[in-house]
Design a protein around this ligand. Structure first.
Ligand SMILES: [Zn+2]
Length: 456
């Protein structure tokens, strides 16, 4: 990952820029005047849990919730909008459990963006996620609660956002994105705690880990992200490196659990993942170099192992153009070599994975993840990963989830609903063209796109 450096406080003008963008973009992207009720008739429903579609269902949305699902005709309430789905597939809105709202451009470009540009780009990036069908995302390093707040208030048309704030990295770790041989932010030019307000803090020792984690929680993080092994897109840390000590990991876990939430950790190799599992971290991001015994151990502990395929594809195809070095590409190939066996073990031990993409730049390829996964998992499983599993993972933040239940089509849930032209259980690659495939996008009962042409 190529972290975007910006000094502490630089986000204030960026947020102002977001406000400016909202003022101009609102007319196009804001939900149509929210009706009190929307009735969708004649839909084939994938509920987020099952294996098949159920034909001929009606779904009534009242306010922001799914009020009723029925095979029998539902009489629309007075003044309701009625949409004839004409047999289209209705699914829950998709959930991406690993994305970075502030990493929308190849690093070499975003390194030079002004905070004003960053804010505007981020708003556009978030709108892109929503228009690809993602009504909920978990930011794995970057955005803080201020961005979630702007979305919740309707200034940005974006998915429901569960931010982590800047990820915690040790000196020389996956989040240490300084230029070669440059000064340390504490010992050199700056007294700031932050390595970067954009994507990572640089912290060493349990005290600094505690302070950074608490700062993130204060700023609206719903979980804490730590970087606990080498990574592909950093320059100085080989994939075999173990990052953070047990004491540092336990400090992050203590800070998170005091707020009723959890720690998610970037880690690839066996040694770092075992150290995480031994010290209270039960959400592993990537884990692509794990052996069978470690995956079995993770499964026994009820851990989540979240993986992604699309960034590997993107880096292979576009990495050179995006400025990836030979060091980065060598690490990419090290990971790709073992993917088939790794995924077979995740399946064998029924590990909860969710659906993550982790694209740093080229986010327009996000939905290719559906197609790439279908080489290893049945389409219904991929859709469960992107809906009900995503909710199961994200809702582990307990009391910090202020949005209720989502990710499945069930009465009482938040009304996050997609209408899809075609049957993704037969051909999931249709989701790669959301501009034509997604006929309706609804979040919290508000319509953000409607191509059905059947509104009465
Ligand atoms: Zn990431």
């Amino acid at each position: 990952m190529n972290f975007v450096l910006s000094p502490r406080g630089a986000w204030r003008p960026a947020l102002f820029a977001l406000g400016l963008l909202a003022a101009t973009a609102f007319a196009e992207t804001a939900p149509v005047a929210a009706p009190t009720a929307i009735l969708i008739r004649n839909a084939r429903v994938f509920d987020g849990l099952g294996d098949a579609l159920t034909d001929g269902l009606s779904v009534l949305v009242v306010g922001d919730k799914i009020a009723k699902i029925s095979k029998d005709p539902i009489v629309p309430p007075e003044g309701a909008v009625v949409i004839d789905a004409q047999g289209r597939t209705l699914t829950p809105g998709f959930i991406d459990v690993h994305m970075h709202a502030s990493a929308f451009l190849p690093g070499s470009i975003s390194d030079h963006a002004s905070p004003w540009q960053m804010g505007v780009y981020m708003a556009k990036s978030l709108e892109g996620f929503l228009q690809r069908g993602f009504t909920t995302v978990r930011d794995a390093g970057g955005a803080d609660g201020s961005i979630a707040d702007l979305i919740d208030k309707g200034y940005i048309a974006g998915p429901r956002l569960f931010p982590s704030g800047p990820a915690l990295s040790q000196t020389g770790g996956h989040g240490d994105n300084r230029a070669p041989y440059s000064a340390h932010p504490y010992f050199g030019r700056s007294q700031e705690l932050a390595m970067s307000r954009g994507l990572s803090w640089l912290v060493d020792g349990p005290d600094e880990v505690l302070r950074a984690a608490r700062e993130n929680l204060k700023n609206g993080a719903t979980q804490i992200k730590i970087l606990a092994s080498g990574g592909v897109l950093s320059q100085f840390d080989p994939l075999h490196t173990v990052q953070f000590t047990p004491e540092e990991i336990r400090a992050a876990v203590a800070a998170a659990s005091n707020w009723g939430t959890y720690v998610m950790a970037h880690a690839y190799n066996v040694k770092s993942v075992r150290q995480l599992l031994d010290n209270g971290v039960l959400q592993i991001m990537h884990g692509h170099l794990l052996d069978e015994d470690t995956i079995k151990l993770a499964a026994e502990k009820g851990a989540v192992i979240e993986f992604e395929l699309v960034w590997q594809w993107s880096d292979e195809v576009h990495g050179k153009a995006n400025g990836l070095s030979d060091v980065n590409l060598a690490k990419l190939h090290q990971i790709k070599a073992g993917m088939a066996g790794y995924l077979a073990n995740l399946k064998k031990y029924h590990v909860l994975t969710g659906f993550g993409t982790d694209l740093v730049g080229n986010q327009e390829f996000q939905n290719k993840e559906f197609t790439l996964r279908a080489e290893y998992f049945p389409p219904a499983e991929v859709l469960r990963q992107a809906t009900s599993q995503g909710y199961a993972i994200i809702s582990l933040c307990g009391p910090l989830n202020k949005y209720g239940k989502f990710g499945t089509i069930e009465e009482g849930n938040q009304a996050d609903i997609l209408l899809i032209n075609g049957d993704p259980l037969k051909d999931i690659s249709i989701l790669e063209k959301p501009e034509t495939t997604l006929a309706l996008i609804m979040k919290d009962g508000k319509i953000f796109k409607n191509l059905t042409g059947r509104v009465q």
